[in-house]
Design a protein around this ligand. Structure first.
Ligand SMILES: Cc1cc2nc3c(=O)[nH]c(=O)nc-3n(C[C@H](O)[C@H](O)[C@H](O)COP(=O)(O)O)c2cc1C
Length: 182
């Protein structure tokens, strides 16, 4: 698949199965993330990989945050099951630092670009990805449970695996609605 076809046709597929990317394919996914645009060379990224036992550890962190929030049984069950929707979940983090010329928003955008690049790198290698957040991506107990600093921000949980459903149709969007010229 050439780069333009990938960008024009990729879809996020919510249903995926093992195997997750590994070895060179996984390294290529990391490297794609590490090529994200980056103002002032801050490299404001961290990728926390959960697979096998790591999925349970991620679930435990989510459930602990849910309990602290007073979530009901059904919500806790959903949190406990959430990471197991894929054989691998990469938490994509913006490692935010104070910088005179690079506001926090730019560091978040850079980490978001990393997440997107990683998803594209997965798709082009025959895997699929789904970028999720949800309220617990922003919960302080989830951040601390994953060993993150207070200023760090989770920009997404990137679910990765092998497609386990038909790809969806690509929505048609008229560029006229979104584009203007000065
Ligand atoms: C920052 C961010 C967070 C997202 N969080 C969720 C989420 O928690 N749950 C969800 O169903 N989709 C979420 N999405 C949207 C999906 O990743 C996906 O883009 C959407 O379902 C549209 O599918 P498509 O990418 O194939 O167009 C999020 C997207 C972004 C950029």
């Amino acid at each position: 698949m050439d780069a333009l076809s990938l960008l024009l046709n990729r879809r996020s597929l919510p249903k995926m199965k093992a195997p997750a990317p590994q070895g060179e394919a996984l390294e290529a996914i990391f490297q794609a993330g590490l090529r994200a645009p980056d103002h002032a060379g801050l490299t404001p990224w961290q990728f926390i990989v959960a697979k096998e036992h790591g999925l349970q550890r991620l679930a435990d962190v989510l459930v602990a945050a849910g309990k602290a929030n007073g979530a009901d049984e059904a919500a806790l069950k959903k949190l406990a099951n959430a990471p197991f929707r894929a054989p691998m979940v990469i938490t994509v983090v913006a490692k935010v630092t104070a910088h005179a010329k690079v506001p926090v928003s730019e560091q978040l955008i850079s980490a978001g670009c990393a997440a997107h690049a990683m998803q594209m790198a997965a798709v082009t290698q025959g895997f699929t990805g789904f970028w999720r957040t949800g309220e617990y991506a922003y919960h302080p107990l989830v951040k601390s449970g994953l060993g993150l600093a207070e200023d760090d921000e989770i920009v997404g949980f990137l679910y990765l695996g092998t497609p386990d459903c038909q790809t969806a149709k690509v929505p048609v969007r008229e560029s006229e609605r979104f584009v203007s010229y000065l």
